[in-house]
Each structure stands twice: as structure tokens, then as C-alpha cells.
Design a binder for this molecule. Structure first.
Ligand code: ADP
Ligand code: MG
Length: 342
């Protein structure tokens, strides 16, 4: 070991993953896709398996002072199902590993598992194992999800083609705005415990933060309509950051239009109330768990009337860069601020 010391924050989370990936050599031809997409892909006879894992830590990913344990359990599963959906695959099994400090009782673990089991039911997956250990610093949950697909139905981040249409599901920015509200009300409560938090009028945005839904409904509908997205990923770190991933993996550029970006009215109004720019929330807010995908123009007709799929722009040549066309018609360069833990 040299004396050199590089702070992780200097290279960031994605830089760190790239750095680790440089030293990883794939040995088996059954490993179709390793690091670099929403899930890994493994050959499995006449079909393929996808595998993905996510780690949730108390104090980093959730705060027990406002997130109820069943919601945390549900979310820990949903965020992994979302990565399976992002491959256009169908989830089948999960493993669940937990680390518990002595603050947690059997009843608390039951509450957490009420959410995990509800999600397993909701997404029709079997809980097939995991691990349990003690923790010195709060609750840690790690879920691994395994899904299945035909190889030709998979959507990778790398398949976007010039002139493809860029689509997003649902609406964006709500989870970030919801988090700001929950944090604000927590501070109000800490300052004066007699104050009842006023959360009712924010129920949509707080729900987006506390109870995200993986868009398996969209995956099933795309199958029914016979559409395989040319590329796809889920929006966990913010739309702009995810577009950068697609551009890098597919070697393309993108142009998106501000007036096409989906935002819920409550998200918009609450962002304004919090002095946040609603469009910045849409572009850089994390944890919405909607799907971002691209389709060939020939598939547009099949999706055109879908009430929950929005067509936000198109894929361009790499040289054309990554642009947002504002409502006034000016093209501004997209910045991927993303969701930084480091
Ligand atoms: P997502 O946001 O879709 O969960 P991530 O940004 O967490 O994806 O991860 C991107 C890619 O890097 C994935 O292929 C993931 O498996 C891989 N990855 C993340 N952390 C590590 C790690 N510590 N070691 C090896 N691969 C990792
Ligand atoms: Mg993902």
C-alpha cells in the first residue's frame, strides 16, 4: 500500500464503482452482464436470470423518527423490484438480510417484516433466505432480488439508438419534495414536541418518499403491447443523472423538453412553498422509482395513448450533447447532480 490517500468524495459513488470494476475479470460465459446495469444477467437455459441488490441504512436511507417500520420493509423490497423492472424482467425471489441493534424488539422486527411480506405478496415474489446479525449502529437491511426474462426481452442501459423516443412513467420530484417536508416537520417537532405535524395536505409527496411503488405494472403492459424498450433503467438518483447513464452506456446524446416533464400538482406547489425550483426537483430529485426508457419510433403508436407514460424527448448523436429545451425555447446543457451519499 502506498501512502496515497484519495477521498471517496473526490471520485464519487459512480467513480468508485468504475474504479472497482477495472479490476474485475469475468470468468464464466454464463455471466451475460456484470457490473454496470440495474441488475446483472445470468444465462439459465432457455431464459436468463437477473440479480440485483440494494442496501438501506438507518440514518442514510431512512429515518425511524418518521418512517414507520412496515414502510421501510416494503420500500427495501420495492427498490430492488424496481431494478428488476428496469431490466424488463419479472421478479421471482428475494433474500432479505438484516442487522439489528439492541433497540429492536421481536415486535419491531415483526413490524418490519409485515412490510417485507406485504411487498413479497404485492410483487408476487418468494422470500427464500437471508441473514440476521447484530448491529452497533442502527438498522441495516439488504435485499437481493432475482428475476427472469427471455434474453430478447431484456432492456439494457446500452441499447438507446439515435432518434428513439425518450419515455418516463408517472411523475417525478415527489419523493424529494416529500423528504423535505418530513425533515421540516421533524425539526418543528424536535423544537416543540407539543406541535402536531401538519402532514395531511402533503400526503401525496410524503407517500412518494415513504411508500415508493416499483413499476411492474408498466413492465407487464409493455409485454402485452409487444414493446421492448431499446434501453431502460429506473429513476433512483434523479432523471438527469439516469439520462447520463443511458448516454454513456449507449454512446448517444439526448434532448428533452421542459414542458413534457411530468410533475404532480402537489409536488409543484410544495416545491414552490419550500423555495425549491420544481424543474430542478424533477431533474435531480432521487427515489421516485419510475422507469426511464427509450423506444423505437415505430412503437410510439402502441404507447401514445397510455395515461401514465410521458414522451419527454429524443435520442441524438453523442456530439449533439445532452440538452434540456426550456419552455421559452432555449437549450440548456443538462447537469447530472444526482443523489450523493459521499
Ligand atoms: P442502482 O442505482 O440501479 O441500484 P447502482 O448505481 O447502485 O445501481 O449500481 C450500478 C452498478 O454497480 C450495478 O451493476 C451494481 O451491481 C454495481 N455495484 C455497485 N456497488 C458495487 C460494489 N461495491 N461492488 C461491485 N459492484 C457494485
Ligand atoms: Mg436502478
Amino acid at each position: 500500500m502506498s501512502e496515497e490517500r484519495t477521498e471517496i468524495s473526490e471520485i464519487g459513488e459512480f467513480g468508485l464503482i468504475d474504479h472497482l470494476n477495472e479490476k474485475i475479470i469475468i470468468k464464466h460465459i454464463s455471466t451475460i452482464k456484470g457490473i454496470g446495469d440495474d441488475a446483472a444477467v445470468i444465462e439459465a437455459g432457455d431464459h436468463v436470470k437477473v440479480v440485483t441488490t440494494d442496501l438501506l441504512l438507518e440514518g442514510i436511507h431512512f429515518d425511524l423518527s418518521y418512517a414507520p417500520l412496515p414502510h421501510i420493509g416494503f420500500k427495501a423490497v420495492a427498490v430492488n423490484i424496481s431494478d428488476v423492472a428496469a431490466m424488463n424482467a419479472i421478479p421471482k425471489q428475494i433474500t432479505v438480510s438484516i442487522a439489528l441493534s439492541n433497540r429492536f424488539s421481536v415486535e419491531a422486527v415483526d413490524a418490519l417484516y409485515a412490510g417485507i411480506n406485504a411487498a413479497a405478496e404485492h410483487y408476487s415474489v418468494d422470500v427464500i433466505g437471508g441473514d440476521t446479525t447484530a448491529s452497533r449502529s442502527g438498522l441495516v437491511i439488504s435485499v437481493t432480488a432475482i428475476g427472469e426474462s427471455k434474453k430478447e426481452s431484456l432492456s439494457f442501459r446500452s441499447g438507446a439508438k439515435i432518434n428513439d423516443i425518450i419515455c418516463v412513467t408517472g411523475d417525478l420530484g415527489g419523493a424529494l419534495v416529500g423528504l423535505q417536508i418530513l425533515e421540516r416537520e421533524k425539526q418543528v417537532f424536535l423544537a416543540n414536541p407539543d406541535m402536531k405535524p401538519e402532514l395531511e395536505k402533503y400526503s401525496y409527496v410524503t407517500g412518494r418518499q415513504l411508500k415508493p411503488e416499483a413499476r411492474m405494472d408498466i413492465v407487464h403492459e409493455l409485454r402485452e403491447l409487444g414493446v421492448v424498450p431499446s434501453s431502460m433503467m429506473d429513476i433512483s438518483d434523479g432523471l438527469a443523472s439516469e439520462l447520463f447513464h443511458i448516454c454513456k452506456a449507449s454512446n448517444v446524446g439526448v434532448t428533452i423538453y421542459e414542458d413534457k416533464l411530468p410533475i404532480d400538482k402537489q409536488t409543484f406547489d410544495t416545491a414552490v412553498e419550500l423555495n425549491l425550483d420544481p424543474i430542478t426537483c424533477v431533474l435531480n430529485g432521487g427515489e421516485d422509482y419510475e422507469l426511464l426508457f427509450t423506444i423505437d419510433q415505430k412503437d410510439f403508436e402502441k404507447l401514445e395513448k397510455h395515461p401514465d407514460i410521458h414522451f419527454i424527448g429524443h435520442v441524438t448523436k453523442t456530439e449533439e450533447g445532452k440538452y434540456l429545451v426550456t419552455k421559452s425555447g432555449t437549450a440548456v446543457q443538462l447537469k447530472a447532480q444526482g443523489w450523493k451519499h459521499f
